[in-house]
Ligand binder design. Structure first.
Ligand SMILES: [Zn+2]
Length: 386
């Protein structure tokens, strides 16, 4: 009797071990997301490896001058920026180790219902919240970003948030606004979240806004932040402007000395992030595009209508266009006004008051100046500096 009991116990133990073994093999992936749509791939595994990185100090970021000699000839940086919020970007927090960039879906994105990408969106928020000093994981999650039918080179989801106008009885004008097309311009991403908060608390905009808060997630999140995407391409030189084939690579060689930070790619719109922005423009049909950069403290404008003279403390300083830039493609080729905002610092946010003032000025310009705009019907101007 005892003997048969022992046999039973031994068998049970053996079975238990066999059952457990696969789990223990998977210890390494225990923290992987429960992302049903996106099995991990080698490419995906790259990002978490970034884990604990030395975040460059703000000075280093600026000294590296992401944009000098590029978007602009160096401008007299406008006098003393607003009192700066004491939140330097990025946060010193290490990148969340488990923040798996999940979306390595082997199937075409369109074939998967959008909500299946929510775990990947949450994973992206964990990475963003742990990288930026002014945006927490909760801040990001609260925005309820949506998967927007696109992936970065390293398979991160590309996301959007739409804010519908207060009055849906008529078609209204659509404004496309994006940050982080250059991954090391932290403030351009953080300010997207601040403005989304403003809009969410008002909920009565005249326009249909579409935010693309982070157009180049790999540039921000793959280890030390970079201007370019994961293929080393400057996305703001990769748009298929009419002059791209003729001038982009030549201009890169001659005027930048083949600076890798300004590499326009091997062909126009070669990059998935560029293709995704083009798809957004095509589908959303914005009447105005706003693109936020840093750190040159000015306002640039390309397109057919009268430019705003200032947005907050940023004053108009039209710089012309580069082959493959969004201003060139959107403003000149497509005829959609493109407002380019260059914040004063890539690593330090403008003050709360300045963030609000910029938003008010932007909305006032949209309300008053841009021809062909259609506002929602009930229009008491709802956004105030307060
Ligand atoms: Zn930039």
């Amino acid at each position: 009797m005892i003997r048969s009991l022992l046999i039973v116990l031994s068998v049970a133990t053996l079975v238990g071990c066999l059952v457990m073994m696969p789990d223990s093999d998977q210890q390494g992936s225990q923290s992987a997301p429960t992302d049903v749509s996106a099995p991990q791939t080698a490419a995906t595994a790259v990002a978490p490896a970034v884990v604990v990185q030395e975040i460059p100090p703000v000075d280093a970021i600026e000294a590296d001058s992401p944009v000098v000699a590029d978007e602009l000839s160096p401008q007299p940086v406008s006098p003393a920026p607003e009192p700066l919020i004491a939140q330097a970007e990025p946060s010193a927090a290490p990148v969340f180790a488990a923040a798996p960039v999940s979306a390595a879906a082997p199937v075409p994105a369109q074939s998967v219902p959008s909500d299946l990408h929510q775990p990947a969106v949450s994973a992206l928020c964990r990475e963003i919240g742990n990288k930026l000093g002014s945006v927490t994981v909760a801040d990001c999650n609260n925005q309820k970003l949506q998967f927007a039918d696109g992936f970065s080179v390293n398979e991160r989801v590309l996301t959007k948030r739409d804010f519908l106008p207060k009055d849906l009885s008529e078609p209204v004008s659509r404004i496309l606004i994006m940050g982080g097309i250059h991954g090391d311009e932290y403030s351009s991403i953080s300010i997207m979240f601040k403005w989304m908060n403003l809009l969410a608390s008002n909920q009565d905009s005249d326009f249909h806004w579409r935010f693309l808060p982070l157009a180049n997630p790999d540039g921000l999140l793959d280890g030390e932040a970079t201007r370019q995407n994961a293929n080393g391409v400057d996305l703001n030189r990769n748009f298929p402007s009419g002059d791209w084939e003729r001038t982009a690579l030549e201009s890169w060689r001659v005027t930048t000395g083949s600076n890798p930070r300004r590499f326009p790619g091997h062909s126009p719109a070669s990059e998935p992030e560029t293709q995704w922005i083009l798809q957004q423009i095509e589908e959303f049909k914005p009447v105005v595009i706003v693109s936020v950069h840093a750190p040159h403290a000015l306002l640039d404008f390309d397109g057919p209508v009268e430019a705003p003279h200032k947005i907050g403390h940023l004053h108009l300083h039209q710089l012309g266009v580069y082959p493959g830039s969004l201003g060139n493609y959107g403003g000149l080729d497509l005829g959609i006004p493109v407002i380019t905002l260059e914040l004063p610092s890539a690593g330090i946010m403008p003050s709360k008051a300045e963030i609000e003032n910029m938003w008010v000025d932007l909305n006032n310009w949209l309300n008053d100046k841009a021809p062909g705009l259609t506002k929602a019907k009930t229009t008491p101007s709802s956004i105030s500096a307060d």
